[in-house]
Design a protein around this ligand. Structure first.
Ligand SMILES: Cc1ncc(COP(=O)(O)O)c(C=O)c1O
Length: 435
């Protein structure tokens, strides 16, 4: 089993320099400063810190390194493309081909529009819905994360004192108070309460945005179907935020996996081998509002960005999607994820530690609670201190996870899985010894 060694002088000095100039802090796998690290490089399923410690990586750059770090097909495609320039603003052949592949892959995709980050795509998707419906309010689900926009940074996963539904709680200072009037909050996986809110507010609603698997909480049977039916009844655009689930739960994303097709969806992270690109795709009648020839029509949605659809990210995405289309890749991914998820669950049970392991095999999480996890409020009772300790115990054993999930990649090998299972076993034993 890998073992994390002490931090070296060079890494210590780098952390000091980072702290001196980066007021948002040093983003890390653990908030405990003893576990802060500076990454020096990554390849395949492994990542190294500047003190030479090697880790099996389940953080995957917050998900994008779905094929593993520095995947040879992506690296060689990007290396070749770099010779021809990195950004033109103007349309280019790789982005046209990518749009064609997106339409072929994603069930709701009739038209496509490229952006750079996930936050940008969810922001524009909601703007499209508002322009299409000629109304302002957006309904989102408590605990869902859709990025950093003012409209979506409300009642997300870091909401520890929720308000009564449908009132939002802003998650950041600096969001104009008037935006709170435009956001409604509903409980994920609760059809009855969600239906009551939609029935009451449908004439003011521009759109409903949902993570089809909210963080690592899968939809209960019938939830997405009911949401589809309710939004269709009132002709309210349904937006799936598939920044995490797109190309991850299936090649066609969560809408293929759960067999519910939205009107619009946003995709990012796993599609481009770690290169910055995201997109909105969906129904032609909504997407066509971005067409600049409508500029004088009064319903034109302005949507552009300096790096949107840049040829390097498009080439990287074409190479990544080529890998994802290879036969058997999703079967293998699911088999690996399922082994890890099931084993962790069984080890915690055997050790008598109250815990729930939720999610789908490519993205799952452990919650230290004996209650069922089905929505944001059920996560509020979890033992966060124990979770932080478990993350640290894994780091000690050379395993890095994201703060709220394990991302499994195509690059995790049999050896990685064995190492991880051994680390789980020993970390669970160390947790149990503390009880
Ligand atoms: C579901 C979801 N939507 C949107 C975003 C925002 O994406 P980005 O960080 O690329 O802006 C994230 C980021 O984690 C996400 O998980």
């Amino acid at each position: 089993m890998p073992k994390r060694g002490p931090r070296g002088r060079r890494e210590d000095a780098l952390l000091k320099r980072a702290h001196a100039l980066l007021p948002a802090g040093v983003r890390n796998a653990s908030s405990n400063p003893d576990y802060a690290m500076v990454v020096s490089r990554a390849r395949g399923s492994r990542i190294w810190d500047c003190s030479g410690n090697e880790y099996v990586d389940y953080l995957l750059g917050s998900g994008p390194m779905f094929l593993g770090h520095a995947h040879p097909a992506v690296v060689s495609a990007v290396r070749e493309a770099l010779e021809d320039g990195s950004n033109y603003l103007m349309v280019n052949e790789p982005s046209i081909e990518l749009a064609e592949q997106i339409v072929a892959a994603i069930p709701c995709a009739e038209k496509v529009s490229f952006n750079t980050s996930g936050s940008e795509s969810t922001f524009f998707a909601m703007r499209l819905a508002r322009a299409f419906r000629k109304r302002d309010k957006i309904l989102k689900f408590e605990g869902a994360f859709h990025g950093m926009g003012d409209y979506t940074l409300m009642s997300n996963e870091w909401t520890f004192r929720p308000a009564d539904f449908p009132k939002p709680v802003p998650n950041s200072a600096g969001i104009p108070a008037c935006i709170e009037q435009q956001v409604l909050i509903a409980p994920f996986n609760d059809v009855e309460t969600t239906a009551a809110i939609i029935d009451r507010y449908h004439s003011e609603l521009a759109g409903v945005i949902v993570e089809p698997m909210q963080r690592t909480i899968p939809p209960v049977e019938g939830f997405l179907e009911s949401l589809r039916e309710l939004t269709r009844r009132y002709e309210i655009p349904l937006i799936f935020d598939e920044i995490v689930t797109g190309f991850r739960l299936a090649y066609g994303g969560a809408q293929e996996y759960y067999a519910v097709v939205p009107d619009l969806c946003t995709v990012g992270k796993s599609m481009s081998g770690g290169h910055p690109i995201s997109l909105i795709c969906g129904r032609e009648d909504i997407m066509s509002l971005v067409d600049p020839t409508r500029a004088l029509s009064g319903d034109h949605v302005l949507q552009t960005g300096t790096f949107s659809g840049n040829p390097i990210s498009a080439v990287a995405a074409l190479a990544a999607l080529g890998e994802l289309r290879k036969p058997g890749v999703y079967e293998e991914l699911f088999a690996k994820g399922l082994r890890l998820k099931t084993a962790l669950d069984e080890m915690l049970r055997a050790a008598g530690i109250p815990a729930r392991v939720t999610g789908e095999p490519p993205a799952f999480e452990v919650w230290f609670t004996d209650g069922e996890i089905r929505d944001h409020r059920s996560t509020l009772a979890v033992d966060r201190e124990k979770h932080a300790r478990f993350t640290e115990l894994l780091l000690d054993r050379g395993i890095v996870k994201a703060h709220e999930k394990f991302f499994v990649s195509m690059a995790h090998s049999e050896e990685d899985i064995e190492l991880t299972l051994a680390a789980f076993e020993s970390a669970v034993a160390a947790l149990a010894a503390r009880e």
